[in-house]
Design a protein around this ligand. Structure first.
Ligand code: ZN
Length: 517
């Protein structure tokens, strides 16, 4: 059988295995992407079997979308290399939207995002037929645009490859479906013959024993993606692998630092993350997490260097990874306030959760943390251990005194996810805390909030979100069409569209234009 524009996105059997897909891609894939591409293709094949979707079509999408301009050769785009985005999901050409597009932590996560996106197209509102949330988790946690696809396309199921034209992508020849079919046929022709049944039973989940930690299940805490694209305060020292965390204090406020990195510091300094603290940023910002730079990308920010007279935990790290390792291989976490500013419970919890996430990603087991097995060093460093000019000021007295307790809290998180004998239930999303603005008209972070208490009826189903950005995290379940909602404020959105966003009484955001009558 060969693929045409009329071929369906779904299929019930005759699946190819991930390594067969890989055999077709192997000659086209650059050396530094081979492992990553193979991981992604295996995951695509696994999810295709689970969701009755066509893995060859999904792989053809990945081929086109990760293709290099000019040659079209796969696994070369920056969105793939830097964000594990296999489908250019959320990449629209608008620089702001591009910047806000989703980033996945691993190639396999990116493949889950691709397959969730494909399921939204292929099944529409009937997606639950195909996507078992008990087995696979919630699809919108992998693809933040999952709801958007259903919403914008009216929940319709699109049957064929040709239906993706002008929907998944706008093609220069207006023939996205034809191009997908051509690539799908090329993949099938290039694949190694089937020597073992590829549609055999799914691999049996290995029940890990209590003694064997399982990595990769600690969640990344909710964050707002605020990548400082204009920054030049970084070096390309090769791909980053986060092997340690460096704790800092901002000696400023959360949003002041956000402005600083975009302004005066654009050639001077940049860090990966910032954490809000009640004492400097107000109770509503306590624990808020901004991501200014991608720890999985290639920009090693000017965050934790220079190295001068290192001491303590910095010494064995430097022995092993060198001076370049400091900014490249350590994630920098800036905590708002100065060295003496109190660390409230929410801010502390965010630093703990984020550090736990990266320790787990690096494979540090809970019972060893903060020690990294086999490396004779700590996963956590203080900035002052690296640079004697910041010896006592960064992160300073409060965080230094809290460090032992925070390490205990990180161990608890690691143990909860690593030692569980069954996957930790992903069915309960952690909803963002609403952040209601102050009463009356106010200006927050340069944006005007107009007090506007009014009850509306939703004219379509809508997901309430923590920010106006449709890619931001939900604050609760979908609000059905025809529901009465009450606003406290109306705020003009940032960016070119300057759309109006309704702030509901619980602090959730929904777009005025699309939803309210
Ligand atoms: Zn610092």
């Amino acid at each position: 059988m060969s693929y045409t524009k009329a071929s369906t996105l779904t299929k019930a059997g005759n699946h190819y295995a991930g390594d067969q897909l890989w055999s077709a891609f192997a000659p086209m894939t650059p050396a530094d992407q081979r492992n990553r591409a193979q991981q992604a293709l295996r995951e695509i094949a696994r999810i295709a079997v689970a969701t009755d979707t066509d893995e060859v079509v999904a792989a053809a999408v990945a081929w086109i979308e990760t293709g290099e301009a000019g040659t079209g050769l796969p696994f070369r785009s920056s969105w793939w290399r830097e964000r594990n985005n296999l489908g250019n999901i959320g990449v629209t050409g608008d620089p702001t939207q591009n910047d806000l597009s989703q980033s996945w932590d691993t190639p396999a996560d990116g493949a889950m995002g691709l397959m969730a996106h494909l399921v939204a197209y292929a099944y529409g509102n009937g997606w639950r037929k195909a996507w078992d949330t008990d087995a696979l988790g919630l699809p919108w946690l992998y693809d933040r645009r999952f709801d958007l696809v259903l919403h914008e396309l009216g929940g319709r199921a699109f049957r064929t490859i040709g239906d993706l034209n002008r929907r998944w992508a706008v093609d220069s020849d207006d023939d996205y479906g034809g191009k997908l079919a051509k690539r799908a046929n090329a993949l099938v022709a290039a694949m190694t013959p089937v020597t073992t049944p590829s549609t055999g039973p799914e691999p049996v989940e290995q029940e890990p024993s209590m003694a064997t930690p399982v990595f990769g299940r600690v969640p990344h805490p909710l964050y707002q993606n605020r990548i400082v694209t204009s920054s030049r305060a970084w070096d390309d020292l090769g791909p980053r692998t986060i092997r340690a965390a460096v704790w800092h204090r901002m000696h400023g406020t959360l949003w002041g630092t956000d402005s600083y990195f975009r302004g005066a510091a654009v050639t001077k300094a940049l860090t990966d993350y910032g954490v809000g603290v009640a004492a400097t940023d107000g109770a509503q910002q306590a624990g808020a997490l901004l991501r200014w730079n991608d720890p999985n990308g290639r920009r090693a920010p000017w965050a934790s260097g220079p190295v001068n007279n290192p001491t303590g935990d910095a010494v064995p790290f430097l022995d092993r990874y060198g001076v370049n390792g400091i900014n490249r291989d350590a994630v920098s976490i800036e905590i708002s306030g100065n060295g003496d500013t109190a660390l409230d419970a929410k801010a502390r919890a965010t630093v703990v959760a984020l550090t736990a996430y990266y320790a787990d990603q690096y494979g540090v087991p809970w019972d060893a943390f903060p020690a990294v097995p086999g490396e004779d060093r700590s996963f956590v460093m203080w900035h002052g251990e690296i640079y004697d000019g910041k010896r006592n000021s960064c992160p300073g007295a409060v965080v230094m005194a809290a460090t032992d307790g925070m390490i205990d809290e990180i161990k608890v998180i690691l143990k909860r996810y690593q030692a569980a004998s069954a996957p930790v239930d992903p069915a309960d999303p952690v909803y963002a805390k609403p952040q209601p603005p102050a009463k009356g008209d106010s200006i927050v972070n340069g944006r005007i909030f107009l007090a506007h208490a009014h009850t509306y009826t939703t004219k379509a189903a809508v997901v309430p979100r923590i920010y106006a950005d449709p890619g931001s995290d939900p604050t609760g379940p979908r609000i059905p069409k025809g529901t009465q909602v009450t606003t406290s404020h109306v705020v003009s959105d940032v960016g070119e569209s300057a759309d109006l966003t309704a702030v509901l009484v619980d602090g959730s955001r929904i777009p005025i234009r699309d939803v309210l009558v």
